[in-house]
Design a protein around this ligand. Sequence first.
Ligand code: SF4
Length: 874
Amino acid sequence: MNIASPDFLAKVQDKRADDRAEDAWIPSSCALCYGSCSILAHRVNGVVVKIEGNPDSSIGKGRLCGKGVSGLMCHYDPNRLRVPLRRTNPKKGIDEDPGWKEITWEEALEEIATVLKRVRAEDPRKLLIQRTTTVTASRIPFQTFGAAFGTPNISTSGGGLHCGNGAHLISGIMHASWSIVPDFQYCNYAMYFGASKGHGAGHASNSNMALAADARARGMKVVVVDPFCNFAAAKATEWVPLKVGTDAALALAMCQVMVNELRIYDAPYLQAKTNAPYLIGPEGRYVLEPGSPRPLVWDGEKREARPFSDVPAANMALEGEFEANGVKCRPAFALLREHLKKFTPEWAQSVCTVPAANIRRLAKEFATEARIGSTIVVEGVTLPYRPVAAVAFRGNQGHINSVYNFFAVDLLNQLVGAADVVGACLGFAPASLGHPETQRPRYFPKAGPDGLMTVGTWMGYHYPYPPERPRMPQKMGLQDLFSIGMTSPFLDATDREAMWEKFDLPYRPEVLINFGANLLLSIANRRPVEASLAKYKFMVSFDLYLTETSNFADIVLPDCSYLQSWDSRSMMPFILAHPAGMGDWSWPIRQPVLPPEGEQRRFNEVLLDLADRIGMRADVNAAMNASLNLQAPYRLEGDRRYSYQEICDIDLKCHFGEAHGLAWFKKHGVMTWKKKPEEVYWRPFLDVRVPIYWEFLLGIGEEVAAIAEPRGLPIRREFYQPLPDFIPCRSHCCTAPGFDLYAFYYRDTVHTNSYTLENPWLDEAAKLDPFSYTVAIHAQAGRKKDLADGDLVWIETESGKKVKGRVRLTEAIHPEGLAIAACAGHWGDGMPVAKGKGVGFNALLDLDWEHVSPVNLNLDLCVRVKVTKAEAVS
Ligand code: SF4
């Protein structure tokens, strides 16, 4: 057709009219963090010009955080990958140029499939799958791929190792949940141990933000215990600065004041909902009904020891010494009470620096405000009312004392019955009766034979109680030996080979498939991670950009962003991003707002293609059925090929009925229905107990030691005791002269992991924040070192690790603290906006057995440092 012809001009005009007509708001889900807030993307003439919150969803309720609105800058970044790349330089290292050359998808997939086929035939455990919680947010595709392949080595990189091993474990055991948060609608006194729930970073932060603000306006007192007065503490009624890593000392001293000085605790709750009345024998173990797993309690009315389930809760003794099964025994609560006596406020002051008088006052306020015994009517239902909550998250449990730090905080809630009732500390939606039409998804906690709460596999994760028995490891991370550790340092640790040899690991990792994780930034000092990455014989990385870590890959595949992707479950899992308390359930989807550019492909479709090439489609279908809990007639069949869109459609129909498949969700974006009081405040409705005495930890410790110690790995048994204690971090034991500050990092509200540092809007916002890219030191401590704002300093550890940064002096930090924001310190050219920004705290971290919790493998995230002006160091 002649371009000057009337036909052509008419077509151009029609096209322009069509383009002008395109002005659409498309519902989907954010993925700038794992909050997965519901969004509306405004697309005009094929270009996304704005992202707003979707008011139809409870996930964000029409609001987004600064990261969410900036998402289009991540999508449109000119540095995005658009073609598959293959390295030509076989040498791998931080300073090696991979010598990238463009290849076709066919070449890439054939090479990957050939390697995977060989490894699967030899030993599928040689494959490690690593992912991040953002960038490639959905876990279902690679989890099912890994399960079908036959590898147990599926992991989350640094984010997981740093944040969840203690928080998720204890939230799971005590609240059947992934995390805990105050019931903002009714809570009157919230005590945060470093957590920023509803105040910035962390789970469901945006969803809870408005609730937290409304609660403060209503008069909820917020006490924030934190070495740094930033996102949560700056908005708090009271900031309680404490020495880094000493949360357990403060929380245990508060428990001591409540139980032994004030004698305020919720006895009926402890009798009915915990193992406080279970009789404990001389070895610290339960006294059981002979031949049965049922623990005995002392029946005060019948004056004899009887199985817990045969005795009315009100008759169960919490105090006293008895004889049962021929041994002397005491209720667990009596042992707790005795145990707490050593944690006096005066002792705690010497550890955490919070004055004893303040500790007593805080304990009294918390215990009094709990209003033990009171009730309230919510939607016509009379429920226990305990309007106090003590919550914690990453910072509190990011230490060698990970388990006890978090356990001690939750003990405050348990002692006053402030657990999953109105106004109290709530787990994230552990009970769901499902959509009114289909009753799906449906799950709730149940009692095991010992009466303690258990839910088996919980939304795709193994639930932490009862824990799996320790055994000789088959996983690279040794989590089958350290069976309550979720993520592990031993994928990259300097002593990983020594540990594998010690435990006769019958294979070595050979292939790494990485989904968007930037391991070199996110775990610890980059040298051990460099060494472990360089050892893989073959590495594939699905990425949006060329990161420092993708430079170790043999093949890099250009992934689609969240604005180009499908997902029937944008939250991972369903419960994760819901705001606390009453309101609505929402099930949003993620759908493409824009098509792939260049050669970009969606990673979930690529995995299905690879499954076909390897010949494991039937295994993937079976894994999908299990992981998505698909029921007939919606189960995936045999080795039939489904596109990922078809699988999403099936998943949605299975949960919401034939009329509510992908076509319905594409239009509406989210399914919403009302929460019920018995879902939100489930604890009084279900006959389950939680352990204030972790008897099982003794057994685990014995079993771990029985395997590890004959192989030359001593196990510190003080970490495996049933009652929480204060155990100092290595940083507390450093006495080297000049190492006088405790360095730690915190999540910055404008950044997620290391990824968003590449976003120019967020970079601009971070530059406006005095602390995002600097090193915060107390003004007095800084002046003693002759430091002023803007000075360039070296921060150095006793083991010689160091990093450079610019000082920002402030009164809003503990005098012995040194705070660094975010997961910064990029040096690669693939993310030029991020390059050189901020301070890379992780460079200071050692990564070995000596620096992890010997019970849950959490990495110790504080380190004692010396600070010197940069010019003074050669
Ligand atoms: S909280 Fe997370 S998911 Fe929600 S808008 Fe912000 S970045 Fe997006």
